[in-house]
Design a protein. Structure first.
Length: 192
């Protein structure tokens, strides 16, 4: 099997989940994220906005805002091939469909955040292996973004158990995550 086959198989498994299962499993995963030390100790969190049967992040975003954490969501700069974190003050009021139909901040709600100010990045992905290696959608946006964060920033991936595979065949530029949280377990640990 190669990276593309792993990606296609994992996407197929994720898309096969019913809306009810996505809600139930996302609820369990979100509760685990919220109870984690990585979440509790983070003052500034960047969270992806879910689409296409990804682990739902709406409850997590709302919890962050209610807890007084600084929340940012990514803006995808397709031409510049980069992600720009933007502070979120009103969820979902600040958002509208952006690149690929993913919700992003409206033009009048752009509030760029320095990647060096982020303590925890909640990262999306298609598949993961037990070593924390991540297979994304193939654009490399997060692999270029994550190295711009400060030392000690934690990369956490909420994922359905169906997205965990034996090997994602990571490349030299792929950035692994520190923690993977599924509906069944928490894998990984914090870097020192």
């Amino acid at each position: 099997m190669n990276r593309n086959e792993v990606r296609q198989r994992a996407l197929k498994a994720r898309m096969a989940l019913s809306p009810q299962l996505v809600r139930e499993k996302s609820g369990i995963i979100t509760a685990r994220v919220i109870s984690s030390e990585a979440y509790r100790s983070a003052g500034s969190i960047m969270v992806y906005v879910d689409f296409r049967n990804e682990v739902s992040t709406g409850t997590l975003i709302a919890h962050c805002l209610k807890a007084g954490k600084k929340v940012s969501v990514p803006i995808t700069d397709i031409e510049g091939k980069r992600l720009i974190p933007s502070a979120l003050l009103d969820y979902p009021g600040d958002l509208e469909p952006g690149a690929w139909g993913i919700l992003e901040p409206k033009k009048d709600c752009l509030r760029p955040v320095d990647p060096g100010d982020i303590d925890l990045v909640v990262v999306p992905g298609v598949a993961y292996d037990k070593g924390g290696n991540r297979l994304g959608y193939g654009g490399g946006f997060y692999d270029r973004f994550l190295p711009r964060t400060k030392p000690g920033t934690v990369y956490l991936a909420p994922a359905f158990e169906a997205q965990v595979v034996d090997d994602v065949f990571p490349g030299p530029l792929d950035v692994p995550v520190h923690i993977i949280v599924t509906e069944e377990r928490v894998m990984g640990n914090l870097k020192e």
